[in-house]
Design a protein around this ligand. Sequence first.
Ligand code: ADP
Ligand code: MG
Length: 335
Amino acid sequence: MKKITALIMITIIILCSCSISGGEKKAVADFFSMDTYMSVTAYGDEAQSAVDAAKKRIEELDSLLNAEDKNSEIFRLNSDGKAVLSEDSFELVTLALKYSSHTDGAFNPALHPLSELWGFIDKKYRVPDKKEITDALKLSDTENIILNKKNKTVKLLKSGMEIDLGGIAKGYAAAEAARVMSGYNISGAIINLGGNVRTLGKKPDGSLWNVAIKNPVGDGYLANVKTTDKAVVTSGGYERYFEKNGRTYHHILNPDNGYPADSGLKSVTIISDNDTLADALSTALFVMGEKKAERFYKKSKLGFDFILLTDDDRLICSKGAADILSSDYEINVIE
Ligand code: ADP
Ligand code: MG
């Protein structure tokens, strides 16, 4: 009996992710949600409660927003062509359409039929023929998504249209996780939702957080960004892709032609106070490519900084990003 109690005690100690670091309590939750690995870390007296609350909120959002989950609101919207949505889902569809219009359609939340066609949903990858792509593209016109703010209803005007919030949901979830956590007594936190990073407060030693941006090539890092209270979100074609006949096809699609975006970029990182914006823009700027992205940055009033890695390995970033990053690459700054 004693042995069993001891075993249970040991298991509990291992499962409890709470520890002391730099004189502060530390709590960590590593889990899988929104089809990616996530890690939430907090420091302070209420670190464990903060981390638990963040995880709960993220899982709640996943169950509403995941187009592949038969019980989600977005799945219901896609299968019925109309739905009354919760505050969260309605807000995120609204934001997705707003950023779609700001980016001149480079961000498009209606590409689900195309992602399905390429096999990115069921992971039965294939290269579709031109006619299939043209047909799927006809279902991607965001003008055919009708919102009614008062009733929180969304209507898809064309049969077969399907919404996909995969390019923005993790940003929204990171913002919500940060909001929930800031209601607890913590000194700092770092939230990493599969490349959507959000920092809160400071590290236990009082210094800024160091966010390492993965190099799309090899195992190293592209750059290190020192931040606090910011979102640092990276998109690239290197995480989800398949190869066919010596060619690589990745999951970020160009809404203009229905093919994986081939804009001359390996990765895009967006730094912003706004996680949801950062997530949408990391996808959109990847679609735009270097020149369009620079033009967009110069005229946009959305409030963000960017770091681009081009196919020919040039690191290009806005002034605000250059001020807080370190990298082994030569840094080309856009004012
Ligand atoms: P990840 O989700 O891999 O971190 P992104 O934030 O760039 O990367 O989102 C990519 C996802 O967004 C795709 O898996 C797909 O669901 C969706 N998507 C693909 N192309 C676009 C696009 N042009 N605009 C908006 N969403 C897109
Ligand atoms: Mg994105």
